[in-house]
Design a protein around this ligand. Structure first.
Ligand code: MN
Length: 136
């Protein structure tokens, strides 16, 4: 057993990876051979990830607020507390807050020696892409 007491500083999401203000708390930091990595991510209103993929896929679980997500070529979907989204390995996508609400999700990724980075990052989600009317 290894207890990590709360006291690790919250990290601001890097501007290369996010639009708007995003704050990240580490939930699970795997030590090999463990692979499960988890983060608690707070998105301020209008904040969202850039387009990105996860080599081994990703699950997000919404715990607070209201958000949006979209896969490349798909509709923008509204997501709410209790909703779970799985992004398939290699699926290009983004996720973030609604324009007028915070959104908090847990993000669960796998990392290993061959895939040390949980995500591969692309272009920012433009205001035009983000602003499309949400459905669902
Ligand atoms: Mn993702």
């Amino acid at each position: 057993m290894d207890i990590t007491r709360s006291g690790v500083a919250t990290v601001k999401g890097p501007a290369d990876w996010f639009t708007g203000d995003v704050y990240i708390d580490a939930v699970a930091v795997p030590v090999a051979p463990a692979r499960a990595q988890a983060n608690l991510v707070h998105f301020t209103p209008g904040a969202r990830t850039a387009w990105h993929t996860h080599a081994l896929g990703q699950t997000i679980y919404v715990v607070e607020g209201a958000g949006r997500c979209q896969r490349r070529g798909g509709e923008i979907e509204e997501i709410r507390p209790g909703d779970r989204v799985f992004f398939a390995p290699g699926e290009d996508h983004w996720h973030g807050a609604a324009a007028d609400r915070f959104m908090v999700h847990i993000a669960i990724n796998e990392v290993d020696a061959e895939h040390p980075d949980a995500a591969d990052w692309g272009a920012h989600v433009t205001d035009e892409e983000y602003g499309a009317t949400a459905t669902g």
